[in-house]
Design a protein around this ligand. Structure first.
Ligand code: FEO
Ligand code: CA
Ligand code: CA
Length: 733
């Protein structure tokens, strides 16, 4: 028996907000708690201005004619909101066009045949085709010599793009071929491995869109099979020794590449998210492992008895020495770690650096940034002579927000130095996890072996070294007392003031029960579908933001508030639709997040939603947010399905009003994800991922959930949208 939440309204108790003892989770705060007022004061003025300069630094040393000069912060949106839609098409704001390019299966070189889109293309051919499930992206302008990066160039560039996962059904003529759960066609498994990973494609501006350059020597696929080096503190440790690399120096492939990041020296970062699900582990494997190993495997979600998402281990290779299938079996099968793939899961879960201008060099997994379900790794404000900072979400229910601070200080002379620069900035530094206090302050707690309770005698796991801490970053964060969040997805940094945003996409009632709401994750409610179905927990998500103390990205404390809450515009205005969303901007499950640099202050928000899909497909919205502290204290009253209740004090930004607006709605059963822009601000790239993902049969086109983008009876395909203003001009403003 479910009960609707009670809405008592009279909840604005400001005193409660400054009383951290109201929440037992916050009693053991480490270090001095800075006052919220002090933090806010420290953020303004000169420091923020210097960050603006730093953001444009890379583009200012070029005389390329694409450079449109310094942009002023935007203060308004320049389009009319589009309506919510359940059509199998892209709806976009009037005056704009969205052209699909780089569709699933498109050939990336002249030697590869056109895609059949009938499941008949070979597994090997996908090493030269655009992969599936397009996700995070970054645009790298190509310099006039055609040899390297120029951050100011819009007319010619390399679009680096993640291919997170696959819609398995449509990759094969009749879906995957299995007999008693055994994959009997090995080539289908190779195709699936090759459809994962990353693509790098050269594009040139062509009229009102961009054309693929099939002859480009930069075009490249990195797949689940590509040799990749391990680097940083975990490399060549016993934790990553496998039959493939008995020294622990390398692994094969990258998978479940979700969001992304970039570096100021001109390389791409791709982030491994739900890699754990790909591994098999035999049902009796726990007995062959140490207690510590079992703890570690459970914490990342590889239980004994797991089969692996696509059962790649069940395929039989033509050549018995071919380990491309067996390497997904993490069971103890050999005499030592050098003889099997028991440690293969430790070679995934990393941020991976790719130099798009070095197409024959192996990418490098940067282990100093920790191992978890990496959503993205977004670069903080860049200042010469200061450390570099990347912000990272761990996208699972009740996981954490992290940041990495480099040991080396930034030197712009490293621009263009590729992996050598990566070795300098990404192999040594401090990994922190966030604690969000009830009073609106927060701490970054370092995950260092021998400090913050992380060591051989930790209650949950016997850490042996810093390499062990990095491999088991979640266990270390548990010890350190991090705040459990409602699924941290993308991070983004506002170039106007350096404030950092993170999407907390949603949570369910089991993991965010009424009893566990806290200041940073303050809602538990029933988002009742129009069908009458109940959805309890925080199914609509929210976006939280913070300002680092002194606006220093390397600071160890910050002030936070909640920028906006997802909700139906028709939901209860007191405790659910707290941000007063309207029909023009209501949304659910924010995921992708991207601040324009060409239009500073303009924020793009994408949704990956299953809660509001009774009313609308997933969407792309634009916002011009204010700053931390522009709203005020608020108390949210929550009531669960069993009638239990809990009120929680939090801090909520000023309601966005017309400064948040729906720009685009995608086709059926897709998510909007991945965002990149050309430096002139006149082209925005956004991905349509997995349209028609709930289709039932590969051979019955009437069962397809979508036919986008090809239409008719075609199988749906993930693709990249090239978004332009008709006649040119900056997007969204
Ligand atoms: Fe791959 Fe967290 O979305
Ligand atoms: Ca995502
Ligand atoms: Ca997601």
């Amino acid at each position: 028996m479910k009960h609707l939440p009670e809405h008592n309204g009279a909840d604005h108790d400001e005193d409660a907000v400054v009383n951290p003892s109201a929440n037992p989770h916050f009693n053991d705060v480490l270090g001095a708690r800075l006052s919220r007022r002090g933090l806010l004061k420290g953020g303004a003025g000169a420091a923020a201005m210097s960050m603006l300069g730093a953001f444009t630094l890379a583009g200012c040393n070029s005389d390329d004619d694409d450079d449109k000069g310094t942009s002023q912060p935007v203060s308004a949106l320049g389009f009319t909101a589009v309506a919510k839609s359940q059509a199998d098409s892209v709806s976009i704001a009037s005056g704009y066009t969205a052209t699909p390019v780089l569709k699933l299966g498109d050939p990336m070189n002249a030697a590869t045949a056109a895609y059949s889109n009938a499941g008949t293309d070979s597994g090997d051919s996908f090493a030269n085709r655009v992969g599936d499930h397009h996700d995070g992206m970054f645009w790298f302008g190509v310099n006039a010599a055609g040899t390297g990066w120029d951050a100011s160039v819009s007319s010619r560039g390399l679009l680096a793009m993640n291919h997170e996962n696959i819609t398995q059904l449509f990759l094969h003529a009749n879906g995957p071929t299995t007999v008693s759960n055994v994959r009997t066609v090995a080539d289908e498994c190779i195709k699936e491995m090759n459809a994962h990973g990353v693509s790098i494609n050269e594009l040139v501006k062509s009229g009102d869109s961009y054309a693929h350059v099939a002859t480009s020597s930069f075009n490249r696929r990195i797949t689940a099979l590509t040799p990749i080096d391990l680097s940083g503190p975990v490399a060549q440790s016993a934790l990553v020794v496998t039959r493939y690399s008995t020294s622990g120096a390398a692994t094969r492939g990258t998978i479940n590449n979700c969001a992304n990041g970039n570096t100021p020296w001109g390389t791409y970062l791709t982030c491994e998210e739900n890699w754990a699900g790909y591994f098999k582990r035999a049902s009796g494997d726990d007995a062959l492992r140490s207690a510590a190993e079992v703890t570690a495997l459970k914490r990342v979600g590889i239980a004994a008895g797991a089969n692996g998402s696509y059962r790649w281990t069940t395929a039989t290779p033509a050549d018995a020495s071919d380990t491309r299938f067996a390497r997904w079996d993490a069971s103890v099968t050999g005499a030592s770690a050098s003889a099997d793939f028991r440690n293969a899961p430790n070679t995934f879960g990393w941020v991976v650096e790719i130099d798009p201008f070095a197409p024959s060099a192996a990418p490098r997994k940067r282990t100093a940034l920790g191992r978890f379900a990496h959503e993205g790794a977004w670069l903080g404000p860049v200042t010469a002579g200061k450390p570099l900072v990347w912000y990272m979400g761990d996208d699972s229910r009740n996981e954490y927000v992290y940041k990495f601070v480099s040991s080396a200080n930034w030197d712009a002379a490293d621009i263009g130095k590729g992996y050598a620069a990566g070795d300098k900035y990404l192999n040594s530094g401090k990994l922190y996890v966030a604690r969000f206090n009830a009073d609106g302050s927060g701490q970054w707690i370092e995950l260092a072996f021998g400090s913050n309770g992380i060591g051989a005698t930790s209650a949950n796991y016997p850490f042996a070294s810093q390499a062990d801490v990095l491999v088991n970053a979640r266990l270390a964060a548990d010890v350190a007392g991090a705040t459990k969040m409602d699924r941290p997805e993308w991070t983004a940094v506002n170039p106007v003031n350096g404030e950092v945003y993170v999407t907390l996409t949603n949570n369910n009632a089991a993991n965010r029960p009424v009893s566990a709401v806290d200041a940073a994750n303050p809602r538990h409610y029933n988002d009742k579908k129009t069908t009458g179905a109940d959805q309890w927990g925080n199914p609509n998500g929210h976006i939280l933001r913070w300002r680092e103390a002194g606006s220093d990205p390397a600071a160890t404390s910050f002030a936070w508030d909640i920028f906006v809450f997802g909700a139906r515009s028709t939901a209860d205005a007191t405790n659910v639709n707290i941000s007063a969303l309207t029909a023009d901007n209501d949304f659910s499950s924010p995921d992708g997040l991207f601040f324009s640099r060409a239009n500073p202050g303009l924020l793009w928000i994408e949704t990956d939603d299953g809660a509001y899909t009774d009313v609308t497909n997933c969407m792309l919205l634009a916002a011009v947010p204010g700053k931390v502290g522009d709203g005020g204290a608020r108390t949210v009253a929550n009531t669960g399905s069993d009638g239990s209740s809990k009120s929680v004090a939090t801090l909520v930004g000023k309601a966005p009003g017309t400064l948040l607006r729906r720009f685009l709605v995608g086709p059926k059963q897709c998510e909007l994800t991945g965002l990149a822009e050309t430096p002139d601000g006149e082209t925005l790239f956004a991905n349509i991922q997995h349209p028609g993902e709930d289709s039932a049969s590969a051979t019955d086109s009437a069962s397809y959930g979508s036919h986008w983008p090809d239409g008719g009876t075609a199988r749906p395909r993930s693709a990249t949208l090239v978004i332009r203003k008709t006649g040119g001009g900056k997007i969204g403003v």
